[in-house]
Design a protein around this ligand. Sequence first.
Ligand code: AVI
Length: 322
Amino acid sequence: MNVYAPMAKTNAVDDETSTFAQDVIDGLSQHPKHLPPKYFYDAAGSELFEQITRLPEYYPTRTELSILRDRGEAIATVIPEGAALVEFGAGATTKIRLLLQNCTLGAYVPVDISRDFVMAQAEALRRDFPTLAVYPVAADFTAPFALPDPVRAMPKVGFFPGSTLGNFEPHEACAFLKSARDILGEGAQMVIGVDLEKDERVLYDAYNDAAGVTARFNLNVLARINRELGGNFDTGAFIHRAIYNRDRHRIEMHLISRKAQTVHVLGNTFSFRAGESIHTENSYKYSLERFNALARGAGWTPRETWTDGAGMFSVHALVAEG
Ligand code: AVI
């Protein structure tokens, strides 16, 4: 499963490097060539993603924030007093801070694969909310993990903002929601941000910004292969392409080879035809109905949905019952 976590991670260990190497070699050996989107997020890629979230064309981040802000009181009603809020993937703390304005948590449990990162995030929140109990968990949040003992008896609320679910393939999204239900248990709530289908031009522009930041973000994965795996990609010999695939309800990001060329990575040679693509990311867009069906199929009952006035983005409350 392609775990995705849009912030800089610092604990590069050998295991991670060898998984990266294996995934790159596997992905570039296949037809069509592809790379897992999780590898966008080294320090440079995370910084570029931060820039993307502030672009005028990239509506998801600011729209989700506006929903969390404007509908904060209503959202807080699904978060029982004293609940443990389990955030899947430690992102910027902006969103949890918005929730904290309207609810009284028993504990906050950020979960992220990077120990350093999740510890730093916990520390920052403890500083600003000294009475909040914070129990960081270093784990792959798409696989089963144990909740910290002190929160076991508390009501549980999952939190998965950012439309990160959209970067999962549909079967991965279903598997994640099922796994989250198992981890949180019967009766748990889930608050999740999901990007919506909309005018194709708006979608296209969001992934083809005029300033070229998304292009740099996409190309950075090749630069990362060069930096970390000693590859010899000429990043100028590839171009960014993002298209909306209407049939599959997804934005696809590709890197297109400008010419016939060969590239070497760790003793492997990869040949590219002129115009050949490396498929680097899918970003699925849901209708409310399709998301609700996905949630139901994973054992969650849709409870409430909040959208912005223009129907660009949605925040859902789900409950694990039945
Ligand atoms: C993190 N994720 C939800 C972003 C998205 O919109 O799919 C990643 C991204 N890719 C290009 N721009 C932003």
